[in-house]
Design a protein around this ligand. Structure first.
Ligand SMILES: [Zn+2]
Ligand SMILES: [Zn+2]
Length: 343
């Protein structure tokens, strides 16, 4: 089969590699679509997978059709499916409490597209109980949005959103915009977003579930926002992962407001802790999602409660993947989500 393999820093190569063999247990799918994620961009920059090895086949936001159903008696060849790209052990403390996202053995186990072969390939082997059947009402591009929508849903759950809450989101990438979409379905009365890239600000402004978009680089952004809402925010969700964004969020929150850190940064950040203390800000982090959230994201996209199709800017063939990463890394693109079409 053909696959896009990460052979070095900033270098993806289309290679011929072994097609996974049926083993009577795992499910093998023919990949149809796969989204490019911000975390993929990080792997691409370093050329290394989650465990520091080269040769990764990325791709964890995918859908495809069943080739071999393994031990799943409810699946037939040709069925359209997606899967949670997770391998929770099921026996550790967090797993037994239903927090598969916090599995203590998670990082050491097989996570497709992170430390084991992912969906930038024609075929993919999946853990049978992670596979989900797709309803007919969900398109193949939308199906690639289920995984990021689950990440955003978990962040909004962590925020403990109440009806009528005013929400501020930093970062207008896929996760930031999906957090806004979930916050709207969850009853937020006002949703503001800050973003540094003008093209992305323009893009966010056009979305019905974002009430206002602000320039994250504007030094007066907090007072502008507070004037706009005649007060402070109840909830802030940071998807930037950077101190500038987090400090803006802290300043924009009301006393005892809630802050959720949903951005990833591999470097320490400088946070304005005095402001956290003075306002008694409640701070939580958000990692991944649990299976129930993945299932809710799937259902909500299928029944059109959550609209994700408008976040997809481009669909490109697998052979153009390297070009696409170069473009994303350049920083001048205002693309939000790019979907690979694997045929
Ligand atoms: Zn992702
Ligand atoms: Zn576990």
């Amino acid at each position: 089969m053909l696959a896009a393999r990460l052979t070095g820093p900033k270098h993806l190569e289309i290679v011929e590699t072994d097609t996974p063999d049926p083993d009577g247990h795992n499910v093998i799918i023919r990949v149809k679509t796969c989204g490019i994620c911000g975390s993929d961009l990080h792997y691409w920059e370093t050329g290394l997978d989650m465990t520091g090895k080269t040769g990764l086949i990325m791709g964890h936001e995918f859908c495809g059709t069943v080739v071999d159903p393994g031990s799943r008696s409810d699946l037939r060849p040709g069925d359209r499916v997606t899967a949670l790209p997770l391998d929770p052990c099921g026996t550790c403390g967090p797993c037994r409490r239903g927090q598969a996202n916090l599995c203590t053995k998670g990082m050491k186990r097989s996570i497709p597209g992170n430390n084991s072969p992912g969906a930038f390939a024609q075929y993919l082997k999946l853990r049978h109980d992670m596979v989900r059947i797709l309803p007919d009402t969900i398109s193949e591009s939308e199906a690639a949005m289920i995984e990021p929508a689950s990440v955003a849903l978990h962040a909004v759950h962590q925020a403990g959103l109440g009806i009528g809450d005013r929400v501020f989101i930093t970062g207008g990438g896929t996760i930031g915009l999906l957090c806004a979409a979930w916050a709207r379905t969850g009853g937020a009365s006002y949703i503001a977003l800050s973003e540094i890239n003008e093209g992305r600000r323009e893009f966010a402004r056009a979305l019905s579930y974002v009430d206002a978009v602000f320039d994250a680089a504007d030094p007066g952004v907090v007072s502008t926002m507070k004037k706009a809402i005649k007060g402070s925010f109840d909830i802030a969700i940071d998807t930037s992962g950077r101190d500038a964004g987090i400090n803006t969020a802290i300043s924009a929150l009301k006393s005892q407001g809630r802050l959720v850190l949903a951005g990833i940064n591999f470097h320490p950040q400088s946070i304005f802790t005095l402001m956290l203390v003075i306002k008694e800000i409640e701070m939580k982090a958000s990692l991944g999602y649990i299976p129930e959230e993945f299932d809710l994201a799937l259902e909500s996209i299928a029944d059109k409660t959550l609209h994700v199709g408008n976040l997809i800017n481009k669909t490109i063939p697998l052979k153009d993947v390297q070009k696409s990463f170069e473009n994303l890394a350049s920083g001048d693109t205002c693309d939000v989500k790019i979907i690979l079409e694997v045929t």
